[in-house]
Ligand binder design. Structure first.
Ligand SMILES: Nc1ncnc2c1ncn2[C@@H]1O[C@H](COP(=O)(O)OP(=O)(O)OP(=O)(O)O)[C@@H](O)[C@H]1O
Ligand SMILES: [Mg+2]
Length: 259
């Protein structure tokens, strides 16, 4: 895990956050939400409710109009430059529209996130192969992204999001194009990263992935939280435990090494 754990804080802390897209689209209104380190949180709500907007604010792809957005203890409106880059390296984003580089191969697309962290090329190759194997895409290693089906593109974008072993994984409708069996592969992958300490925020319409869950479910309606429990107090012991368990990020200590 690459988390530089600031263990006195939540992984995500939003306080009265609003987002207006000019001239007058109120995408989020007064959203306050905390996510504990090591949580899996499902963000649900109808199309247009503000789920993707919220995830974009967490990755600083977009800025809130009002309120405070903190990630890993950093106020995102107050950090820039190298600090922001380091924080971003610790966030994996699986986009609703995938955002793959169409002319690059599957392996090159997945490598992008790891290369910015100066991961050794042998480690990049091994992680990529294991991720593709897990997601049922072992034979697509050298395939250009533009030749993939939508469900395959979706899985590649998920592999890219988790490959760097980030402390925070943001997944925007990650199973929207997948059948039931492949959905299970993806959720199994997320669970394994979560067991290793990653915090996950999953925006979804797919009731099958949260129907029987014990994890928190937060519902957005027209940009406001209408349903959901507050986060428990921050789990300091969890952050300490993770710090002790994690080896060097240079080592290939991913869960996949046991396969
Ligand atoms: N870049 C943008 N410019 C203007 N309006 C936007 C922009 N992005 C989103 N919106 C608007 O903000 C609101 C929230 O959109 P958002 O994409 O966050 O919804 P969502 O819950 O992710 O929906 P879906 O389930 O369809 O993905 C919508 O009314 C949308 O039209
Ligand atoms: Mg969306």
């Amino acid at each position: 895990m690459n988390s530089q754990s600031n263990n006195s804080r939540y992984m995500v802390d939003l306080v009265k956050v609003s987002k207006i897209y000019l001239p007058d689209i109120q995408a989020l209104t007064d959203v306050s939400l905390s996510v504990n380190r090591g949580e899996i949180l499902f963000l649900i709500g109808k199309s247009g409710a503000g789920k993707s907007t919220l995830l974009r604010l967490l990755s600083r792809m977009d800025k809130q109009t009002k309120g405070v957005v903190e990630v890993d203890g950093h106020d995102l409106s107050k950090i820039a430059g190298g600090k922001l880059q380091r924080l971003r390296r610790n966030i994996g984003f699986a986009f609703q529209d995938f955002k793959l580089l169409p002319d690059k191969t599957v392996a090159q697309n997945i490598a992008v996130a790891m290369e910015v962290s100066y991961t050794r090329s042998s480690v990049i190759r091994m992680r990529t192969k294991k991720l593709l194997h897990h997601l049922g895409l072992a034979d697509k290693y050298n395939t250009p992204a533009c030749e993939l089906s939508r469900g395959e593109q979706q899985r590649v974008s998920i592999a890219r999001a988790v490959a760097n072993n980030p402390g925070l994984i943001l997944a925007d409708e990650p199973t929207g194009n997948l059948d039931r069996e492949t959905t299970q592969l993806v959720m199994d992958l997320f669970r394994k990263y979560n067991e290793r300490g990653a915090t996950l925020v999953i925006a979804t319409h797919d009731e099958s992935i949260y129907r029987d869950t014990d994890h928190r479910i937060i519902e957005l309606r027209e940009g406001r939280i209408v349903n959901g429990h507050p986060a428990p107090e921050p789990d300091h012991a969890f952050a300490d435990r993770m710090d002790e368990e994690q080896g060097s990020p240079e080592e290939d200590d991913l869960w996949m090494s046991d396969q």
